[in-house]
Write a protein that binds this ligand. Structure first.
Ligand SMILES: Nc1ncnc2c1ncn2[C@@H]1O[C@H](COP(=O)(O)OP(=O)(O)OP(=O)(O)O)[C@@H](O)[C@H]1O
Ligand SMILES: [Mg+2]
Length: 337
């Protein structure tokens, strides 16, 4: 089975000017992963870790400075404008704030149908019937088609954004914090809708979130990103019950819990995220890691640690960072069903 998405050594940096100094921010630094058909992979990490930059570079809304991206067996990187347009029908992106992608002066129905016109995939009545079908699939009513975006709630607008993204029948969708602006109960409804659409339309997702509870609810596999790099990857439940990288533990510790016993298991110092401006070659977590040692200053690679697990931590492999089994709440306790 070939992956729907393959990413190899993706990099994107920004040149900064600070007074007379020129510096480079490595926003995405040698990121590789794949997404299999029907799979949801979550990309998690704190604000500024580079998640949205990955998303934008994947679909070439922004040009990466290095690396390769494939949709199925076709390469997106290096594709001509015409080929890119065609490939983009198979991959869509949905952002946190649907208002940014929706036109405030255009009725919802027309916006959902618009990609069919733009790509000449349908005309006239067929556009309308496919639009109505998509409205229904996304849990909206036919009368919503005649409203303007501001007449809808935040959750409904996000459904419109989704309907517009899905009308060309992509196989792969990047969801960049699609539920972060919504109330918890609306968020849960949208997550359930995404799961249903995935089954019914045979979709694969890259789901970007800073919320590990949400990642656990939606994803089979999690990629943890810190300061532009993937520091750990693994199947969701394993990553929650046996996190291997100190940064993953730090993120897990930041999830609010009620139980005093679970609070005692917490071990990480908080601290500020590192920003990779002219970064030193070693581990980027040094300033926040209680296990940091001299050996962490050497370059660190993302390496296999057992089946389907990857970790970027020298101390893990030398045995200095102990592996601890963690007690985890059931997913229904972290996100409402
Ligand atoms: N156009 C740009 N020019 C300069 N720096 C940028 C630019 N775009 C992003 N950055 C920087 O790149 C880093 C990664 O940003 P990015 O938006 O990808 O993070 P993120 O993980 O999506 O964060 P958030 O959770 O807040 O959405 C940040 O330090 C950000 O300030
Ligand atoms: Mg972002």
């Amino acid at each position: 089975m070939i992956p729907v998405l393959t990413v190899r050594h993706l990099s994107r940096s920004y040149r900064l000017r600070q007074g007379w100094r020129r510096r480079t921010l490595h926003a995405v630094d040698d990121v590789s992963f794949e997404v299999m058909p029907g799979e949801t992979v979550a990309l998690v990490g704190e604000s500024g870790s580079g998640k949205s930059t990955v998303a934008r570079c994947l679909l070439r809304l922004e040009e990466p400075d290095g690396g390769r991206v494939f949709l199925g067996d076709e390469e997106l990187t290096g594709a001509s404008a015409a080929r890119l347009r065609r490939l983009r029908l198979r991959a869509q992106i949905v952002f946190q704030d649907p208002s940014e992608s929706l036109n405030p002066r255009m009725k919802v129905g027309a916006q959902i149908g618009e990609p069919l016109h733009l790509h000449r995939l349908a005309r006239g009545r067929e556009v309308r019937s496919r639009m109505l079908e998509m409205l229904d699939l996304c849990g909206l009513e036919p009368q919503h088609a005649d409203l303007y975006p501001h007449q809808l709630s935040g959750g409904q607008r996000q459904r419109v954004g989704l309907a517009r993204a899905l009308i060309t029948r992509p196989r792969f969708v990047v969801l960049d914090e699609p539920t972060s602006a919504l109330d918890v109960s609306v968020q849960a409804q949208l997550l359930n809708l995404l799961r249903r659409l995935q089954r019914e339309l045979d979709l694969s997702y890259l789901f970007i979130t800073h919320d590990l509870g949400v990642a656990r609810w939606i994803a089979q596999r999690i990629l943890v990103m810190y300061a532009g790099q993937i520091v750990e990857a693994g199947p969701t439940e394993e990553l929650f019950s046996r996190p291997l990288h100190p940064y993953t533990r730090l993120l897990l510790d930041a999830i609010p819990v009620d139980s005093p016993r679970m609070r005692r298991q917490r071990e990480s110092p908080a601290g500020e995220p590192y920003i990779a401006i002219d970064p030193a070659p070693g581990c980027r977590l040094i300033g926040r890691c209680r296990w940091a040692a001299a050996e962490c200053q050497a370059p660190v690679e993302l390496l296999d640690s057992g089946p389907r697990r990857l970790v970027r931590c020298v101390g893990h492999f030398s045995g200095r960072v102990p592996v601890v089994e963690r007690e985890v709440l059931s997913p229904s306790q972290t996100v409402m069903d």
